[in-house]
Unconditional design. Structure first.
Length: 224
């Protein structure tokens, strides 16, 4: 004959007295740092010629950016590739030469000169501009603020549910799980910039930092 443990049943019943909620926290902040991909794409029938021309132009772009006050360690190679270039005529593949692509990722801490950085790079030979992105150096501090908002949001939800069900809520959650963070930067997708452009206007806008959490609260029926 099997006899269930009454203590086990009580423990199980208490474990089932849970209110599970999700909390959301979001804050909008001003970005203080930007990055942009600036590239030199060179085509030539001769590979060595394409490489040399590309290298000269890329160095010219780098020098021009450093004259604007951008440190050398804020300019790094994001992508470098050599590709054969073909065209098709009447279904036949015809070799045209080689394409050399050198993409630089440039970090900019003075947001007032973003347009000037792009214009200067284009004027000195860059013919590829893409992925203008904004972020903040104080992400951790802002994340903590958004996390606190998410926790308060979860607590308020749990209190509302408990009050509606007319049960006693333990205000301290027994489990909190971070669901991750999401930073939504303002981004300008790849675009072509002509050398004739005198001033490129880039607006930073705002960053949205979002945090979500899951929280478990225990509750107890009101003894009556």
């Amino acid at each position: 004959m099997y006899i269930q443990n009454p203590g086990y049943l009580k423990t199980l019943s208490q474990q089932n007295h849970l209110i599970k909620v999700r909390g959301e926290g979001e804050i909008a902040v001003q970005p203080d740092t930007a990055s942009v991909n600036l590239g030199v794409v060179t085509e030539s029938k001769e590979l060595i010629e394409a490489q040399q021309e590309n290298s000269m132009t890329a160095n010219k772009v780098i020098d021009s950016l450093m004259r604007l006050g951008i440190e050398r360690n804020q300019i790094q190679t994001f992508d470098y590739r050599i590709e054969p270039d073909y065209e098709y005529e009447q279904g036949k593949q015809i070799f045209r030469g080689y394409k050399v692509t050198h993409i630089l990722q440039v970090k900019i801490e003075d947001l007032n000169i973003i347009g000037k950085v792009i214009d200067t790079a284009v004027q000195n030979g860059a013919n590829y501009v893409a992925n203008v992105q904004f972020t903040t150096r104080y992400k951790e501090s802002y994340y903590q603020q958004a996390l606190a908002i998410a926790l308060n949001n979860a607590s308020n939800k749990a209190k509302t549910i408990a009050n509606t069900l007319r049960v006693n809520l333990n205000p301290t959650p027994i489990l909190v799980t971070e669901g991750g963070e999401m930073i939504q930067p303002i981004e300008v997708q790849q675009a072509a910039f002509a050398k004739a452009v005198s001033t490129t206007q880039i607006q930073p806008g705002q960053l949205s930092i979002k945090v979500s959490i899951a929280a478990d609260y225990k509750y107890h029926p009101i003894s009556g």
